[in-house]
Design a protein around this ligand. Structure first.
Ligand SMILES: [Zn+2]
Length: 533
């Protein structure tokens, strides 16, 4: 216990609270207590009502498992901007002695491929188990303490304990009515400098939730709200109450609704931090790799005027014409809402992208910026391209999303771009050809696919190169198909065959290297249907 509010034992707190609670009962008195004093009292009282600092601190392990649903569209990763609910199962194991955290989620992606992973985050180790792919890795490399602490805060008792014993500052800043209940609001600067707004219901003072502001690449500034709206008695435990579940929302839109199937403390969680659990994996092991397309480098200039770059892990395209260039994809990093607060990308990727484009374009203006689909990791960096005067080309259904993004507030990302009101956004209905100086680039609308309702790809018929986002996944020298990607890869290989397009190389935003005809062929297993008569 090191914070400025640390006290020796809880006795003084309880006596103090009795007096203060009586005082607070009188509204005129409540109003006269300064914000810092009032905030601190609320935090202490709420912690007492959950068992008190000493008892919570004595629970050195926590194990929370939940079952519920997640709307991927709320974080702009759905099939459209309407709802994309998927079942969501999760488990969190925390060892507070070493601040080791195991975090597991089992949630289908928008294309129904299963994302089932456990991250093992320790003070001297980091690992992941991919249950879908059937493998795990554990390395002797520490996970930064901030990352582990931000995940441990998902246990509301631990978040509240931190606010009482280690916060840098806290102050009551007002009240808010939610569903008829008046909530007290306490702004807290946590031990790592993260500023959150904690909420408490009254009579008795109960920890209700926490919110913070962050930046969502495809939407702009958002408020992220965590609520533990109801608590139940826990007779077998030294703690009086445990939450029955959590609700997570973005700008008031529900993102995750989870009921806790288990909420335990003081139990053995050792097995959560080993690879032994890979035995639960659904397939025996990763499939074998397929070689990349011969003669097509992962980055560089695979054909004259066709440039492939890698910007902080995102693969991007620039096609050079005599008087202008066309760029494809405007990446930004997607924050991970599993942590409190979510990691914030702070415009790092768009800035790196801008540098690469400026270097590669050698002074030629950017006439068009093409975006494959509305997900934040493909669209989030579009603002600087609009400010450069590029016409933005997207699938027609994504035009409203892009327009909204250009004008939304972006104060939290470090983005200082000034997007002109004259920015042009156009939908590509079917196919759009950009041709100049003997070079031809075709933008083709793929339309509905397992990943999203809309998608646009780039086809360079001269070089026989395709560049696409989230339709085909490939990693040179890595298991093929990548974990969970078999269905979407098959869709795309079929789509190419049906449309008579036979590329020599397929690049992708999240790929590593160029896939060739061999990878496409292996994505279309021979049909097992009986032959037609
Ligand atoms: Zn996507």
């Amino acid at each position: 216990m090191t914070g400025r509010w640390a006290g020796g034992g809880a006795g003084w707190q309880v006596r103090f609270l009795l007096v203060v609670t009586a005082l607070l009962a009188a509204p005129q008195v409540r109003a006269t207590i300064p914000g810092e004093e009032r905030g601190r009292l609320l935090l202490i009282e709420a912690l007492e009502n959950l068992g008190g600092a000493d008892r919570i601190r004595a629970r050195s392990t926590w194990l929370v498992s939940g079952d519920g649903s997640e709307d991927l569209s709320a974080e702009m990763q759905g099939v459209s901007t309407r709802t994309t609910w998927r079942r969501h199962e999760e488990c969190l194991a925390v060892d507070t002695r070493t601040l080791a955290v195991a975090w597991e989620r089992k949630t289908p992606r928008c294309d129904w491929s299963l994302r089932w992973r456990r991250f093992l985050l320790g003070a001297d180790s980091s690992g992941v188990i991919d249950f879908t792919g059937g493998y795990g890795v554990l390395r002797a490399r520490a996970t930064p303490a901030e990352r582990r602490r931000a995940l441990a805060r998902r246990v509301p008792q631990l978040l509240l304990l931190e606010a009482v014993t280690a916060a840098r500052r806290a102050a009551w800043v007002g009240e808010r009515r939610v569903h008829g209940d008046l909530l007290d609001l306490v702004e807290v600067e946590l031990s790592d400098g993260a500023v959150v707004l904690m909420q408490f219901s009254r009579a008795p003072t109960r920890f209700h939730g926490v919110e913070y502001r962050t930046h969502l690449p495809a939407r702009g500034d958002v408020t992220v709200s965590w609520e533990w709206p109801a608590w139940r008695p826990d007779p077998g435990s030294p703690l009086p109450l445990v939450p029955i579940g959590h609700r997570l929302s973005l700008d008031g839109r529900p993102f995750q609704e989870v009921t806790y199937v288990g909420f335990e403390s003081g139990v053995d969680i050792g097995r959560w931090f080993t690879l032994a659990d890979t035995s639960r994996a659904s397939v025996p092991g990763p499939p074998s790799p397929v070689a990349g397309a011969a003669g097509f480098p992962a980055v560089g200039e695979p054909a004259p005027g066709v440039h492939i770059g890698n910007v902080n892990g995102f693969v991007v395209l620039l096609v050079e014409f005599p008087d202008f260039v066309v760029v494809m994809e405007a990446p930004d990093a997607q924050p991970g809402f599993e942590a409190i607060p979510a990691t914030r990308p702070a415009a790092v990727v768009p800035r790196a992208h801008r540098e690469w484009v400026r270097e590669t374009a050698r002074g030629k203006p950017i006439r068009y910026a093409v975006v494959s689909h509305h997900h934040g990791d493909h669209l989030g960096g579009i603002r600087w391209l609009a400010a450069e005067g590029a016409t933005i080309l997207v699938p027609p259904g994504d035009v409203p999303t892009v327009r909204a993004l250009l004008t939304a507030p972006h104060t939290l990302s470090g983005d200082t771009v000034d997007v002109p009101g004259s920015a042009v956004v156009e939908g590509v209905d079917d196919r759009r050809v950009i041709e100049s100086g003997g070079r031809r680039l075709e933008l083709i609308r793929v339309g509905a696919n397992p990943h999203t309702e809309e998608n646009l790809l780039a086809w360079l018929p001269g070089a026989e190169i395709i560049f696409q986002g989230d339709l085909f996944y490939f990693g040179d020298g890595q298991p093929f198909p990548p974990s969970g990607r078999d269905a979407i890869n098959r869709f795309f290989a079929d789509w190419l065959a049906e449309n008579g397009i036979a590329p020599r190389a397929v690049y992708g935003v999240h790929n590593d290297g160029a896939a060739g005809p061999e990878a496409l062929a292996r994505s279309r297993p021979p049909t097992t249907d009986p032959p037609r008569r």
